[in-house]
Design a protein. Sequence first.
Length: 156
Amino acid sequence: MSNDVLAEVKQLIEPVLKENELSLFDMEYVKEGQDFFLRIYIDKRGGVDLNLCSLVSEQVSELLDEHDPIKGAYFLEVSSPGAERPLTSKEDFQNHVGEHIYVSLYVHIEGEKEFVGTLLSFENEVITIEYQFKHRKKQVEIPFDKVAKARLAVKL
């Protein structure tokens, strides 16, 4: 499927997302076996539950049936990015201040390349994390451009 079709789908579903105070995290059209899937990942501050996914799926399905931007049969799946969703943009970090995260770095900072802790702030392209080190809480400041991977982390 061309990027033009995905762009058209995105444009079609924007009002549904806005109405439900959601953001589009990602969208993909893939073939698995003999079947095609349009997967739409939605997000919202505070999280997304099954009822919201179901509601959005119904609304999006009606729009796609009406406008028919995708030729051929496919399955529509609407879901959240998951409990340990990736943090890929500056906006993601701003939206998840106060939450538990995992960060992997390109370079060592304070002798470490990985940190797990609470995201305290994201200001001036710097991530501040509070983490546990030998029974003490410490803070580390990480330049955004040094982050290789980041995701939300489930706190046990």
